[in-house]
Design a protein around this ligand. Sequence first.
Ligand SMILES: Nc1ncnc2c1ncn2[C@@H]1O[C@H](COP(=O)(O)OP(=O)(O)OP(=O)(O)O)[C@@H](O)[C@H]1O
Length: 267
Amino acid sequence: MKTSAFSSNKQSVSPTDTHAIDDKTQLLSLQNVSYYIGQQRLLSDIDIDIAVNETVSLVGPNGAGKSTLVKLILGLIDPTKGGIKAHQPLQLGYVPQRFTVPPILPLRVSDLLGQANKTRLTPEQRQFIFDNLSLTHLLSRQMLHLSGGETQRVLLARALLDKPNLLVLDEPMQGLDPDTEVWLYQFIDQLPDFLRCAMLVVSHDLHWVMRGSRRVICLNKHICCEGQPSELAISTEFQKLFGHYYEQPYVHQPHACTHSAPSELEL
Ligand SMILES: Nc1ncnc2c1ncn2[C@@H]1O[C@H](COP(=O)(O)OP(=O)(O)OP(=O)(O)O)[C@@H](O)[C@H]1O
């Protein structure tokens, strides 16, 4: 279960196979996973099951071990204790927290997207991704010269074009302006149905995490609490970690002025 920075083709599942998969079917289990570097405990006794087509949000303070957990799931590091079991052949898609292109490396958007498998999505699905992520006019641009929002769209497209059955997004909204955030949240909310994929979303945005009915896992080197947002909101552990934020909800209103802005993100 190894992966490249964006996706793994090692154990691919064909698009037709997914039709037979029931939503309750388990996709991936972490069983009693601990991870140490020398004497330093980064994670201990982690038990997580992710079902096919399920979206799980992962929250936790800085240094809680969220990125370490992502690396374990992607197969980039191995657990010190415990095991990770894939119940279905895994096709991983990954959008990293940070992506830097060395200044001396010429890498156009079309080069990066061209690495994706061209046969896993139907032409209509590919077109849906290109249209919704407004990619066409970016294709000849250098990755190095893209803005933060453009880079996130390209990285998301790169992961989606391989039709992952588990999409891992590590703080996908970092550096985005509020309108782009709202738009991207709406886009990723529809992905599980569109692609029939499971998603693990690492996020510091409690307003998104605590909205809707996605299962939330709260991590602080171990699993402090987990459940539906309504259950978490009354959990003592969650209140201890996040109560002070959660008591002051902020609701973003998308920008709606009438002058023409150079936005490329109209759906
Ligand atoms: N290779 C490493 N060597 C030593 N310590 C490490 C290593 N990788 C991570 N750590 C430490 O492990 C802890 C967990 O790191 P991790 O990046 O998983 O946290 P995180 O929850 O993703 O944090 P953030 O929200 O700040 O991104 C941190 O204290 C970090 O400094």
